[in-house]
Design a protein around this ligand. Structure first.
Ligand SMILES: [Zn+2]
Length: 432
């Protein structure tokens, strides 16, 4: 009898390579190799050529607890994350109360630990109450049990240049990063969708690309000026890609994320007036989508982040103008990335591991996640069946909300199993 749980994953293609066996002992990967013998009492998982990735890491999740438990909780959100292959998510600070103190971030962090489906790394607010006027207790949040390293007023832009500069200077002390929701507020007042041909035809107030690009340009310059780290949330335009590419060419410490929906959907969908397509930043044009895919492929964009934004039915089942902005994404992210990036030949599975695990974990300074699949490493793993094809059915989602833009769409790939520190949170495509 062994004291710890042992699992042998047989014939898995690690990062898409040749099939190998992986032995998990307790919380750790004990051995990787060919024709490993299953220890007595071990659970054997026949991977049969499925792809084994490090557990996915999301830099941008809205878990809604505390305050909006009608749309999501830490429990339902982390179950949703596990179902999507994630072993760690960063929980955004725009809760009620706002996560702007050590007390709130510790509460969210503890709930994640207690439920045990996925690690929850809280993001701390940059400013008190997300009001953009006074810096929050960044140091206290960094020193708390939650060990916050990512700070963001996401949902709102830190538009005051002096506040942004101070935040960038402050987080240097503990190797933190400011994650900016780049949206110039005056240029986007009343905005309903991307500003362009379609908004002109529909007569809806536009959200121009320049409102995003001008903030990114300012913030990469500020980060360089004070020698700090800045991360750009949900980059959505071709112009934003150019600015980030330029900043990186200067050697500045700038990173960026793209959402799955901005890699696939365009503003043409707004013609349906279906509020499920209403999101912030808005869906852009085909040319933007192609530029984002290319930038993710060449590494200009560091990672995919879901911006999983659950909303209750009543906030989405209404006319376009009144509907809340945002879509859920944890349970479809990997399938969308396979469809948009892998099946198109832009990224291989090693690239997916890099953009959905290694790099987001590095940006968030997470230890224990985004690690290589090799002996001695924590057993945070995702086993994916890339041959699977199926229509997206929100009725089966673990999330408490249903606001997905992919309902009925056929997407490739299925998360077959997820392991959090050796424990299966998902097996045979079902939550444990
Ligand atoms: Zn945002």
């Amino acid at each position: 009898m062994s004291a710890t749980t042992k699992t042998l994953i047989r014939g898995a293609r690690i990062l898409g390579g040749e099939p190998q066996d992986v032995l998990i002992d307790g919380e750790t990967i004990a051995e990787v190799g060919r024709d490993l013998t299953a220890p007595e009492g071990a659970t054997v998982v026949e991977a049969d050529g499925k792809i084994l990735l490090p557990g996915l890491v999301d830099l941008h999740t809205h878990l809604r607890e505390p305050g909006r438990e009608d749309s999501e909780t830490v429990l339902t959100g982390t179950r949703s994350a596990a179902a999507g292959g994630y072993t760690a998510v960063h929980a955004m600070a725009n809760t009620f109360p706002v996560a702007d103190t050590a007390g709130v971030v510790e509460q969210v962090w503890r709930l994640g630990r207690e439920h045990g489906y996925c690690d929850v790394q809280p993001v701390g607010a940059v400013t008190v109450g997300l009001e953009g006027r006074k810096l929050a207790e960044l140091g206290a949040m960094a020193d708390s049990a939650a060990g916050v390293r990512v700070f963001s007023d996401d949902g709102k832009c830190v538009d005051d240049a002096v506040i942004m500069r101070r935040a960038l200077e402050y987080v240097k002390a503990f190797d933190g990063v400011v994650a900016q929701h780049a949206q110039e507020p005056r240029l986007t007042e009343g905005a309903q969708m991307n500003e362009g041909v379609v908004s002109g035809e529909l007569g809806l107030t536009g959200w121009p690309a320049v409102a995003e690009e001008s903030i990114i340009a300012r913030d990469v310059l500020l980060a360089a000026h004070v020698g700090s780290r800045v991360h750009i949330c949900h980059l959505s335009t071709a112009g934003s890609v150019e600015i980030v590419r330029w900043a990186k060419s200067k050697g500045w410490d700038v990173t960026a994320e793209v959402t799955p929906h901005h890699l696939l959907l365009t503003d043409e969908l707004v013609r349906t007036y279906n509020p499920v397509y209403k999101v912030n930043p808005p869906l852009r044009t085909e040319a933007d989508v192609m530029a984002l895919r290319e930038a993710l492929a060449d590494g200009t964009i560091d990672c995919v982040a879901t911006d999983h934004a659950p909303h209750p039915h009543e906030d989405k089942d209404c006319e376009w103008g009144a509907a809340a902005m945002g879509m859920i994404g944890l349970e479809t992210a990997l399938s969308v990335v396979q469809h948009a990036m892998v099946d198109t030949g832009l990224l291989d599975w090693a690239g997916v591991a890099d953009r959905m695990s290694f790099r987001p974990a590095a940006i968030g300074r997470l230890s224990g996640h985004g690690r290589p699949v090799s002996a001695g490493e924590p057993a945070n793993l995702t086993l994916v069946d890339p041959a699977y094809r199926g229509e997206v059915n929100p009725a089966g989602f673990a999330s408490r909300s249903r606001n997905t833009p992919y309902e009925g769409l056929e997407l490739p790939g299925q998360v077959f199993a997820t392991f959090l520190r050796g424990k299966a949170t998902v097996m045979d495509g079902k939550l444990s």
